[in-house]
Design a protein around this ligand. Structure first.
Ligand code: NAP
Length: 243
């Protein structure tokens, strides 16, 4: 039986690279997306063309009803989930806290934090021994993103704490919960922050002198999900070129 993984936000960027990487490793993959059906279908087609198994499921993971529908769809279409990658995330244009509205802050928190809690809940209520979760946090949790998006950085700090707490809650069921903290990775997310070329602007400040690729994050996620990491839980891998 194939392991069954949900990758939230699997249609683009890090989630797309992770979906493809895990499919090659033999997982049946649920590629979740919120609005970009074309990109999600491209990921699924590439996996299926290469002999893998994948489905695309639209769901806004910040909404409880959508999350329940998403997991019920996985139950019916692929079977009981064995692995979860909490990856879907957003940020908004760069600005200091002095200019932020409650609407913006709440949107960031429900999309980046509530969604991870809800997907963890649905996953651990289904997972048996040997299940594993990887939460995608950010180096921003350590760095704070001053004058850019402290709301986003704080949401990622919450994900680090979720990882620690949940890993301890479910360790006696032999379900592992780990976290990756990417740094500056070439994806479309930076355009949402209002700076398409953000990675190139900052790359000279990164010890390895370059930005990262989504595939480099996918490899670390795949390792933490795998049996190669069977004694690793509540741990963090920084994928940030030394920053
Ligand atoms: P991205 O290229 O902007 O892709 C975002 C993905 O999330 C898309 O698949 C999008 O779906 C999906 N999504 C957004 N809101 C959603 C919602 N409410 N429900 C379901 N899906 C939703 O982002 P990325 O750069 O790959 O980032 C992925 C993760 O890595 C995020 O958690 C981000 O915070 C983290 N990260 C990124 C970087 C970086 O430098 N890129 C650094 C550190 C951490 P649609 O395609 O349908 O819009």
């Amino acid at each position: 039986m194939k392991p069954i993984v949900l990758v939230t936000g699997g249609s683009r960027g890090i989630g797309a690279a992770t979906s493809k990487h895990l499919a090659i490793q033999g997982y049946a993959v649920c590629v979740n997306y919120i609005s970009n059906e074309i990109e999600a279908n491209k990921v699924v087609a590439e996996i299926n063309d290469n002999g893998g198994v994948a489905i695309a499921v639209q769901a806004d993971v910040s909404q409880e009803r959508d999350v329940i529908r998403l997991f019920n769809t996985i139950d019916q279409s692929l079977g009981k989930i064995t692995h979860l990658v909490n990856n879907a995330g957003i940020l908004f244009p760069q600005m200091p806290i002095s200019a932020m509205t409650a609407e913006r802050i709440n949107k960031v928190l429900t999309t980046n934090v509530t969604s991870y809690f809800l997907c963890c809940r649905e996953a651990i209520n289904r997972m048996i021994e040997g299940g594993a979760i990887v939460n995608v946090s950010s180096a921003a949790a350590r760095l704070g993103s001053p004058a850019e998006y402290v709301d986003y950085a704080a949401s990622k700090g919450a994900i680090d704490t979720l990882t620690t707490g949940l890993s301890l809650e479910v360790a006696n069921k032999n379900i592992r919960v780990n976290c990756v903290r990417p740094g500056f990775i070439y994806t479309e997310m930076h355009a949402d922050g209002g700076e398409v070329n953000r990675v190139d602007r900052v790359k000279s400040s990164i010890p390895l002198q370059r930005g990262g690729k989504p595939e480099e994050v996918a490899a670390a996620i795949a390792f933490l999900l795998s049996n190669e990491a069977s004694f690793i839980t509540g741990s963090f891998i920084d994928i940030a070129g030394g920053k």
